[in-house]
Every structure is written in C-alpha cells, then in structure tokens.
Design a protein. Sequence first.
Length: 155
Amino acid sequence: MDVATTTAVEPWKTRRPRSLREVAIWGTQLGETDPFLREFLDTFYAASEPAVQAAMLAEEPPATGQPRADAYLAAVAEHLALRYGLPVPSWSGEAGRFLHRPFFPSGLESLKATLLVESPVAFRRRLIFVGADPLYRPRRDATGFDPQPLAPQAE
C-alpha cells in the first residue's frame, strides 16, 4: 500500500482529529478513544476562531457501542461549548448520551466525595464524576486564552 492510500485510510497517522466525530470513529476503529480525545483537545484549544471551535463540536459522533464513551463525548461537547460561549450541540442532549448509573473514571473510592462536588455540570448531569477541570491540557495554557471557569449552577 502506498503512502497516499495509507493516509486516506488511516488519517490518525498524519494528523490530529478535527472533530469529536473523528474522535469517536478513530477510537472505535482502534479500540481506544482517550488518546484521540487528548489530541482533539489540543487542536480545539489551538483554534483561535469561535466559529472553528463550534464546528469542531457540531457534527454528531456516531455511537461507539460503549455508553460511557458516548456520554463522555457529549459531556465534552457541552462543557467546551459552555466554557467558550459556543452553541451547545443539540446531539449532546439526546437520551443515548446519558448514563443510568454513576461512573467515576478515576476508579479511586477515596475520591468519590470530592468528585461528586467538583464535577462540572455537563458531566454531572450525565452521572459522570470527574475533577473540576477534566479537559485540562497544557496546550490550553499555551494559547494565552483561558476563559473563566464556569460558576457552579444550582440544580
């Protein structure tokens, strides 16, 4: 297989994902979403135009077959949209993007009480309990733009 064919079939070898849709597709194909999500976040934080950032969130990712991953991607889209003043994608509110049982990605029993309090609303309402800044990447600091953290919202 020549290089041109390989890059068309396997774009993750030559570039970062440009949308949450690509994160889901590539993650499903290779069996792991987390590395692609980290790369996506670097790309998102480096984008300087709100319209570009909104477009990166707008297209609905296909279902991955993993309810936790599907809910997590929706939480990421909603959280980034709220934090950066972008439109919240409508797909992120669909029923299949919410869990029915609590999920603590850290897996540490000792952190559960803290995560219940700290989790941003986009994650908490999906029963995903994470730290206060779950999408932190050093790239965000390098852009020189870090919006103010969201104020806690009463439920």
